[in-house]
Design a protein around this ligand. Sequence first.
Ligand SMILES: [Zn+2]
Length: 309
Amino acid sequence: MRIFNLHDDIGKDLATRKESGKPLSFRRSHMNRLGKGEILTSAAACWFQGTESFEQMVEMITVTGEEIQKRSRLILSPDDLNEINTEPEFLLTVEGMCGIESNPKQKICQMYEMGVRMASLTWNETNRLGTGVDGDPARGLTKRGKKAIRIMNKIGMIIDVSHTNECTFWDILRVSKKPVIASHSNCRSLCNVSRNLTDQQIVALAEKGGIIGLNAFGRFISEDPKKIGARTLAKHARYIASIVGHEHIGCGFDFTDYLAGYETEQKHDLFCAKDAPNFLSALMEEGFTEEEIKDIAYRNAFRFFRENL
Ligand SMILES: [Zn+2]
């Protein structure tokens, strides 16, 4: 069964390889593994941790966009989303816009021109647009951040709220006229970490028409190391379905097997893209029907992007 993965730090990997003079190996490192895992639509994220300049952002986005277009296809409009491709296709996304210190309109439009169709204002850090999960809990969106949201709404760049603190999350929901995504977050009620969503956040995000991509990153699945794996991640799906319906669930695996320093983070049955079908099997064990599993695997995400790109 095909899968749409809403978050994978592929851009970060390509840029790091390029910087250290290694071959980019996009086909071997990413395309092949995604194909084996039936992830036929994937968000290739350019990840910025809070110190990068706009020039560095542009460089990573350029490398990623060019590499994808050499070997595959970028999804730029709703018409580009198809369900018949047999090789992975990609959405170009940005995680953290720390490089935007001034003139957000020009810079966001430039990123859009380069193919970026989804972005989060922050990673975990505090920046000139908003506040990530590590920032002051009382600080939310800045004036510039509110402007960024309005520009993104206008040009059709999807807003990702996965790394924002709660204050910024609520500010974004108030300001955004369009539904938003939490591309890689789980439920805080089942795993109490700040990167996961509270029940109130899940309800509000769903009421606004958004979706939540479930994350395979070990520490966000369970506080008990013995319970980390696809089976427990499926329980997060069940939990969300029980409060807002399964229509608001997607996949946002956030694989780290290829990222230096994170290789051992996911030593479980969702270690890399090839393992993605294990999540679908776990959903079946959790009692989801085949039609519901198809929705979670890709149809909910397809619907969201068809309506909001
Ligand atoms: Zn992330």
